[in-house]
Design a protein around this ligand. Sequence first.
Ligand code: 5GP
Ligand code: ZN
Length: 134
Amino acid sequence: MARGLPRTGSALLQSTAYHGRVSSECLFCRIVSGELPADVVHREKGIIAFTDIHPVAETHVLVVPERHIDDLRHIQDSDAELWLRMACVANEVAADLGHEQGYRFYVSVGSAGGQTVPHLHIHVMGGSMRRLPV
Ligand code: 5GP
Ligand code: ZN
């Protein structure tokens, strides 16, 4: 299941539109809706993964729920399946990009936790790393 993810920039991935609720104020919602471009590496129902615009590792991908959730403190029991699937997507993207031996799974929670984009996301960082995101 982890293998054979469509590669970066695939026309299929780029053309997959999301018609759910997004916030026009939120950067990642605007990427989800297709209003802003992103280097999409994986997309499935409810989840998108794209390359971080300022990568600090050889692989630096963000796994993002399509639905707007401010940060990890806002997930609820009903989001259990979504959160599990986001973790699986992180594993799959990391493996597909050659990091079967391991990678960094990183989540900043709230501005006091270093979060700069207030839409839940998992950082998937693999290979040589320059620094942790701040
Ligand atoms: P945080 O600081 O919230 O943990 O992570 C936010 C991440 O989003 C940062 O690593 C930052 O480089 C990335 N980022 C900010 N703006 C954009 C953007 O417009 N496009 C993409 N692909 N990544 C972004
Ligand atoms: Zn959002």
